[in-house]
Design a protein around this ligand. Structure first.
Ligand code: BG6
Length: 424
């Protein structure tokens, strides 16, 4: 089926860093001859500059449509420009600031650009708290069916996130021990060395809890906790993830920490900023399968390492034995298990070694943004966030958000390059 991918925000940072390179890769496969790209922009950018090094791959399939995003009549003009045939589909990709999203959705809907052959791809953040997320979901639902909505959380589409499901579901060895009986603690961490990189306005209003923990880390947690029955059907993945989060209790603020790296206030030019660049929560699940297992979620910027991983710590059966299974998402993707082995030699000495799986160096791992675009074209929804899981994730973090509004004495200032373990 011919697809017209209409990108709002084609000149934005995400488009330059992720979407244009992803589209270039997709076109290069030669499997998407029926794809055309329409970049929507307020001004008429230079197409050559916009596509940069991907000009050669994308120039033939890309056109730019410039319009005023606030005028209803402009959407009628857009509709005429797109000229969507009955045997074609249009995907509206909204990579725009949250404050513009509601209006664009409304004006698209009012212009009749919401027929069943239209899909909507939405970039996070999906609201800033439970109330605004509800409002946003209801607002979009006034114009589009849930089946037409593709909410992107690019962490779900990372190769290793998908591999968590394959690894758990495909290996009986782990299936048998996947519960509190054998597992002592689960940690999901995303640590970055970089700071806010010029995104001062965005970050000052967002902070680490909303930017990364509520979405990306909650999604990874749900992949670890969710049921994977033997007849697991990927098309039901969002339902399984939502069920796993439904069992996670709303966070206890007493088991949360927030921090801010030292130069942050200068960067955002706000000497009294309380925005957190680091957050750690300890959660728990009411599912008997996970009873008593601390679920630790932590993320931050300005730290001493770039590490995104899920660590599953197995219970010791005696003091000398400790096993940790790590799903490593960054810096390089892989799976590792710490094992206790005999040290080679005449003596009966033991040591810890790592059994690891890494992708072959020659294997190209598709970027998460390639995956989401390909899946949206093919109407596969398993890697997109459903409304239930988005709302539940906001419910879980709500007590912490509420507490932070009333306190100012709990923000830990840390030096850039700090070890996250020491922020407490
Ligand atoms: C984005 C956040 O969603 O995810 C950024 O807005 C963060 O602040 C980024 O740096 C991390 O993504 P990745 O794929 O580099 O781990």
């Amino acid at each position: 089926m011919k697809t017209k991918l209409v990108i709002f925000g084609i000149t934005g940072d995400l488009s330059t860093r992720k979407l244009i390179p992803a589209l270039s890769q997709i076109i290069e496969t030669g499997n998407f001859e029926d794809l055309s790209i329409i970049g929507v922009s307020r001004r008429q950018p230079d197409q050559f500059q916009l596509l940069g090094e991907h000009h050669e791959q994308l120039n033939g399939t890309t056109t730019i449509f410039s319009m005023d995003l606030t005028q209803a009549s402009e959407y009628v003009r857009l509709k005429e420009y797109i000229e969507l045939g009955d045997d074609e589909q249009a995907i509206f990709y909204l990579s725009v600031p949250p404050e513009s999203m509601a209006q664009i959705v409304e004006l698209l809907g009012q212009a009749g650009l919401n027929t069943p052959n239209v899909k909507l791809m939405l970039e996070k953040p999906f609201g800033t708290d439970l109330t605004s997320a509800h409002e946003m979901i209801d607002h979009v639902a006034a114009y589009y069916q849930e089946s037409q909505i593709y909410r992107i959380d690019h962490y779900l589409a990372k190769e290793m996130s998908q591999n968590i499901v394959a690894f758990r579901g495909g290996n009986a060895l782990f299936d048998h021990v996947w519960s509190a009986q054998a597992i002592e603690k689960i940690e999901v961490v995303a640590y970055e060395q970089i700071g806010i990189e010029g995104r001062a306005d965005f970050y000052e209003q967002t902070g680490a809890l909303r930017d990364v923990l509520q979405g990306h880390l909650m999604q990874l947690l749900s992949l670890i906790l969710m049921d994977i029955p033997h007849d697991f059907d990927w098309s039901e993945a969002a339902t399984y993830r939502a069920q796993a989060l439904a069992d996670v209790r709303p966070a206890d603020p007493a088991k949360s920490q927030r921090g801010q790296y030292a130069s942050y206030r200068d960067e955002v030019k706000n000497p009294s900023s309380m925005t957190e660049t680091f957050v750690r929560l300890e959660l728990e699940s009411t599912d008997p399968r996970w009873e008593g297992v601390p679920l630790i979620l932590a993320t931050g910027k300005g730290l001493n390492e770039k590490t995104t991983e899920v660590r599953v710590h197995f219970r010791k059966s005696h003091e000398a034995q400790t096993n940790c299974l790590t799903f490593r998402i960054q810096p390089s993707e892989g799976v590792e298990i710490d094992l206790f082995v005999k040290k080679p030699g005449y003596d009966r000495e033991f040591e810890t070694k790592t059994l690891s799986f890494e992708y072959d160096k020659n294997t190209r791992l598709p970027d998460a943004y390639e995956q989401v675009i390909v899946d949206a074209i093919a109407s596969r929804k398993s890697l997109f966030a459903g409304s239930a899981e988005v709302l539940r994730a906001w419910e879980i973090v709500k007590p912490v958000q509420d507490r932070w509004k009333t306190r100012s004495d709990d923000l830990i200032r840390y030096d850039s390059g700090a070890n996250p373990v020491n922020i407490a």
